[in-house]
Design a protein around this ligand. Structure first.
Ligand code: PRX
Length: 665
């Protein structure tokens, strides 16, 4: 497990404060009180398949109803609702045209510069249909892969929905990834088209998107790409390749505003989303259609208690799974009104989140602990951006996602943003799980700061030891899910073996889903606290990054002989990246070291993306290794933290280099 989360997890474990949901909240909640929660848990235990079948019938509109709920014949390649047919975009849009939501605002788009655009369900439906017809006119069809490289926009969501409408499988690549990362994903997915924008507008700056797509395609190997569709966001100057590139407006303007949805099998791949694991290459997490949609819709009701009158705002980016489930699909599937924000929390000032809540009378607010921690700092320094300087009385529910929240940050959020009147849902989940797994239910679960509390009904989460045996409450171990659930990852694109070995390891009996996190349950309450990753995955600002990926990027630089990357606890970002580097030349010092470190940082930014740039780089003549040549990461983590080494270093081949590695370039 990595250092920062270990520390935060420990803090959470000693926590004794308990906060009950406000009575008024409970009275109107979808899951009202712990008896209601326990009844759902019992229903799932009594009749697992019956439970999911009931929920799938209630929450999803099926064009062809399913008759088989779960097929476990080829485990762990589980199939859910397999003989049912449906369309996700139909469920998110068309449904809302006939249930009274047609003129309801689906999206309140808050642009970087504060300009607001409202889009009703009727308008969104027409937009998506035109987009879908446009994609069809390019020859894109069911099963084709489409890469979406866009900033936060109505068009980004419409692009995803349009792919879903025609049965194309989208793969959204976060706009902060480099050309090389984009190229790798295009090649792995075998995409036929890229949907992008000319530029993105963030924090008052115009940043390139199309130019990066051009660069990625020029790197070669992307022969499957036939078209690049470009949404004009800023009007910035971009290059155009005749025959390949097409403006979105030219593609859609003359298209019909109706598009018959492609009815797909429940197991049809809705999307692939690349995420980091413990190897040097990212993995394409593939989700299915029916089970995923069920979970997106159901958790909007269970975890967010979504009501017709809510104004919901999730600050995530569509480039991450949170932006898929809790922006593009979940809110629309339940006919909610949501804010979509283009910008950054600190522009034009660090009160932007609170100002936006006030402006749109947001009722449900969902963000990352890193954002909260950075805004705590900013509002300590400047009262004008403190939440108390804004009217946040519209808020009724808060949420966090992506990383552990330390109890201090939780308390600040509870007091200053929620005015002690809003429950907080600390939602634990992953790209692979498709949606929330362990989280308080806001009208039921008593909350403990730093704990994600209890699994959702039907989620058989447990903590086991290395042999797969249950460990008693109070004793830490490995977080697993013992039974398949509808929104789980189906496979790793192009790599079913890696899926099977990585997520259903034989050591644990081959049947449990291995989340990759450590956890511990409270002795008395059974509440879960996540103690951090047990693999070489870092969590920086809620962004998931593999240490091996960063190491591979570093050693690809001609100057570098060897590199090891570890996480270091960081007050704001949770963890930060600390790289230990051995150069082919002599170990640099002073200004030389600074210059090369800067060069390497830029290099990693180009190889992976700016989010992967190491915060610290330290140079050594060598790395601490055992006699068998294994890098002792445990020691590197201690060094990164600036602590003195108390462990036994007698197995270390070269103890002298520990001194060198204390120094940051
Ligand atoms: O380590 C856990 C952490 O984020 C990882 C999943 O990252 P990703 O797939 O990028 O998805 C992030 C958005 C769901 C997990 O393995 N994590 C996520 N949520 C929490 C968390 N750790 C503690 N508490 C959480 N609420």
């Amino acid at each position: 497990m990595n250092a920062a989360t270990e520390q935060q997890g420990q803090q959470g474990l000693g926590e004794t404060r308990v906060f009950n949901p406000p009575a008024a909240f409970t009275a109107n909640a979808a899951v009202s009180g712990m008896e209601a929660y326990n009844a759902l848990v019992a229903e799932a235990e009594r009749d697992y398949e019956g439970f999911w079948a009931r929920l799938a019938r209630e929450n999803v509109d099926w064009q062809t109803p399913f008759t088989r709920t779960l097929n476990e014949d080829n485990a762990p390649f589980y199939k859910w609702f397999e003989d049912g047919k449906l369309n996700v975009s139909y469920n998110c849009l068309d449904r809302n045209l006939t249930n009274g939501n047609a003129d309801k605002t689906a999206i309140i788009f808050e642009a970087d510069d504060g300009t607001v655009t409202n889009v009703t369900y009727k308008e969104l439906h027409a937009k998506v249909c035109k987009f879908a017809n446009g994609l069809k006119s390019l020859g894109i069809k069911k099963g084709d892969r489409v890469v979406i490289y866009m900033s936060m926009s109505v068009e980004g969501v419409a692009a995803m929905q349009a792919c879903a409408r025609i049965g194309a499988t989208h793969s959204v690549v976060f706009g902060g990834f480099s050309a090389k990362s984009l190229q790798e994903r295009i090649i792995d997915a075998g995409a036929v088209a890229v949907i992008t924008a000319d530029e993105q507008s963030r924090g008052g700056k115009q940043l390139p998107l199309k130019a990066i797509v051009d660069e990625a395609l020029a790197m070669g190997g992307c022969d499957t790409i036939k078209n690049v569709v470009v949404y004009k966001r800023t009007g910035g100057n971009i290059a155009f390749t005749e025959g390949r590139d097409i403006w979105l407006s030219d593609l859609v303007d003359n298209q019909a505003a109706e598009c018959e949805p492609e009815w797909v099998e429940a197991e049809h791949p809705l999307f692939i989303l690349y995420t980091s694991g413990s190897t040097g290459t990212p993995k394409g997490v593939q989700h299915a259609t029916g089970g995923y949609l069920l979970w997106a819709a159901l958790t909007m009701k269970w975890s967010f208690d979504i009501k017709p009158s809510d104004v919901y705002w999730c600050t995530a980016d569509i480039g991450w799974v949170t932006g898929h489930t809790y922006i593009a699909y979940g809110p629309t599937a339940v006919g909610a009104t949501q804010v979509i924000f283009e910008g950054v929390p600190t522009f034009p000032h660090a009160g932007r989140f609170w100002e936006t809540v006030q402006k749109h009378k947001v009722t449900i607010f969902y963000t990352a602990p890193t954002a909260i921690r950075s805004l705590i700092k900013a509002s300590d320094a400047d009262e004008k951006v403190h939440p108390k300087s804004f009217d946040l009385s519209s808020l009724r529910l808060l949420g966090t996602v992506g990383e552990p929240i330390n109890p201090e940050a939780w308390m600040w959020y509870y007091r200053n943003v929620g005015r002690e009147a809003c429950p907080i849902v600390d939602t634990f989940w992953q790209t692979e799980t498709g949606g929330h797994m362990i989280t308080p239910l806001p009208g039921a679960t008593p909350m403990v700061p730093g704990s994600c509390t209890l699994p959702l009904p039907g989620i058989m989460a447990a903590i086991v030891d290395e042999s797969g045996a249950d460990v008693p409450n109070g004793q830490g171990g490995i977080l697993v899910v013992k039974r398949p659930w509808p929104s789980m990852i189906r496979t790793i694109w192009n790599n079913p073996d890696r899926f099977k070995a990585g997520y259903f390891p034989e050591e644990l009996g081959g049947k449990y889903y291995l989340a990759g996190d450590g956890a511990i349950r409270n002795k008395d309450t059974g509440y879960f606290t996540i103690t951090g990753r047990i693999d070489d995955v870092l969590n920086v600002s809620g962004h998931r990054m593999g240490t091996m990926e960063i190491e591979s990027a570093l050693v690809a630089n001609p100057l570098v002989a060897e590199a090891a990357v570890v996480g270091k606890p960081d007050d704001t970002t949770g963890e930060s990246i600390c790289a230990f580097v051995v150069l082919k030349q002599a170990r640099p010092t002073g200004e030389d070291a600074k210059r090369i470190a800067a060069e390497l940082r830029t290099w990693v930014g180009k190889e992976i993306g700016p989010i992967a740039k190491p915060k610290e780089i330290r140079f050594g003549d060598n790395l601490p290794k055992t006699r068998s040549g294994k890098i002792m990461r445990r020691l590197l983590r201690v060094l990164a933290k600036g602590e003195s080494i108390t462990q036994d270093v007698s197995t270390l081949e070269n103890p002298a280099i520990l001194e060198q590695l204390k120094e940051t370039a």
